[in-house]
Design a binder for this molecule. Sequence first.
Ligand SMILES: Nc1ncnc2c1ncn2[C@@H]1O[C@H](COP(=O)(O)OP(=O)(O)OP(=O)(O)O)[C@@H](O)[C@H]1O
Ligand SMILES: [Mg+2]
Length: 272
Amino acid sequence: MPDGLIEEDAISSPLLSCRNVSKFFGAMAAVKDFSFDLAPGEILGIGGPNGAGKTTLFELISGLNPADEGRIVFAGRDIQSLTPHAICHLGIARMFQSNAGFDTLSALQNVRIAAAFGQSSQGFPPLSYNAEIKRVADEAIEFVGYTRSLSAPVRSLPVLDRKLLMIASALATRPKILMMDEPVGGLNPEEINRLMELVKKLTRQGVTIILIEHVMRFLVQLSTRVLIMHHGEKIFEGTPGELATDDRVKEVYLGERMSKRVADYSQKAEHP
Ligand SMILES: Nc1ncnc2c1ncn2[C@@H]1O[C@H](COP(=O)(O)OP(=O)(O)OP(=O)(O)O)[C@@H](O)[C@H]1O
Ligand SMILES: [Mg+2]
């Protein structure tokens, strides 16, 4: 093909594609025959009742708990049987539902370890950090707006700062996709606003986002598209506005009152 021309497929092909993915724990399918596509630049919101399989879906994509069935394709490459560190090195980073971190290490050490992990093809950190690792870590810390002590052990920090450091650590691996599992759980409304601004800033930076959230204001006002899971299956896929009027979602997840609120939130949504 002549220089400068791009195959139409390359433009329309998704960044991430899950096809008929399933995960069984004993006889129970935590994720069942699940398919979705993610386009570059999207913010895809995933909701659903407790135990619906949302976190398990993240486990399958990040390789921490591989899928039993189905294909997961990232940037044109099958990743369902790759190791978690290989998947991270390809460009998929994730946050955890709990506030994960190396609790006894400092804020700075946490992000530097992540930067080193992102740089090393072996997947384990070196004994000392080179200038590039330090620069990447410093930039990630500044990007997320972490302003507390860099030497404070992570276990001593408030929830918001732990979350900011988890995002900075993920960013330090230079992801194309960032998966966020309940990023605003336990935060107050002002802190939630701050994280909303941070997610918008991430997308402006070119990071594609998948986020799981029960806080509907956050999910609806940020997401360009929403999936709702129930018993491991997709019961809804559409815009935040369509979510508010879906009868099945109202019945199994949102209820009457929250569906009305979702309608209000979706009208106020300003997608980045
Ligand atoms: N490692 C595991 N072993 C056995 N069962 C598991 C395991 N991980 C998850 N499950 C089960 O799989 C189902 C889906 O769990 P998952 O954590 O994915 O739900 P979720 O949608 O993230 O829920 P929540 O909103 O509460 O975080 C649940 O019934 C859970 O108990
Ligand atoms: Mg979960």
